[in-house]
Design a protein around this ligand. Structure first.
Ligand code: ADP
Ligand code: 5GP
Length: 190
């Protein structure tokens, strides 16, 4: 029997804000240029250095609602006062072409994908502790205090949902978390 092609599939990576998803995904993409990372639509404003169409597609509320109305999003959710969603068509095109796809999305979106695409591999990235998570969010220095508080409150809810996922990876040591992610995704490390 031919073994299933575990590398050409959809992976969903979820975890609380500040846990290190962006950092890990950047490392993963350097090592596996064939992995396609979905670019989400959002209503939040760009952080310094973020580019339209690279990090996000930045929309007004009305623009985002138009995408929802047109059924253009595979999933979408509100997070800490802003809307985020995955454009449907580019994901479908990549998967149809056999390209491995990665979605880096929050909990509610992961739940929607679980319903619509139950074969997706769902991975939860967890912090070593809540204290360390808070240190990382603050250390990143991209959010104001109010936004930090909203993200920490939401983090507690997300951490409670880890058991829904196929696998939990603890991001204590970055290199170890990276290898674990590669192993789960069926990617060969080199
Ligand atoms: P997320 O995308 O999940 O919100 P980031 O990738 O922006 O998180 O990481 C938040 C902060 O934590 C960044 O400053 C990043 O450098 C740091 N960080 C990420 N992984 C680790 C790790 N394993 N150990 C220590 N700091 C980390
Ligand atoms: P940030 O504002 O820090 O870039 O992202 C905030 C949260 O939104 C993160 O947990 C991130 O994973 C999530 N997110 C980013 N894009 C999407 C998306 O398309 N859909 C959903 N549901 N969440 C997303």
């Amino acid at each position: 029997m031919v073994p299933p092609d575990t590398s050409a599939r959809l992976t969903v990576l979820t975890g609380p804000s500040g846990v290190g998803k962006g950092t890990l995904v950047a490392r993963l993409r350097e090592r596996h240029p064939n992995l396609w990372l979905s670019v989400s639509a959002t209503t939040r404003s760009p952080r310094s250095g973020e580019e339209e169409g690279v990090h996000y597609f930045f929309h007004s509320r009305a623009g985002f609602e138009a995408l929802v109305q047109a059924d253009g999003l595979l999933e979408w959710a509100e997070f800490a006062g802003h809307c985020y969603g995955t454009p449907r068509q580019p994901v479908q095109e990549r998967l149809a072409a056999g390209v491995p796809v990665l979605l880096e999305i929050e909990l509610e979106g992961a739940r929607q994908v679980r319903r619509s695409l139950p074969d997706a591999l769902q991975i939860f990235l967890a912090p070593p502790s809540l204290e360390e998570l808070e240190r990382r969010i603050r250390g990143r220095g991209t959010e104001a205090e109010e936004a930090i508080q909203r993200r920490l409150a939401r983090a507690r809810e997300e951490l409670d949902a880890q058991s829904e996922f196929d696998a939990v990876v603890v991001n204590a040591d970055l290199d170890k978390a990276l290898s674990e992610l590669e192993r789960l995704m069926g990617m060969h490390s080199h």
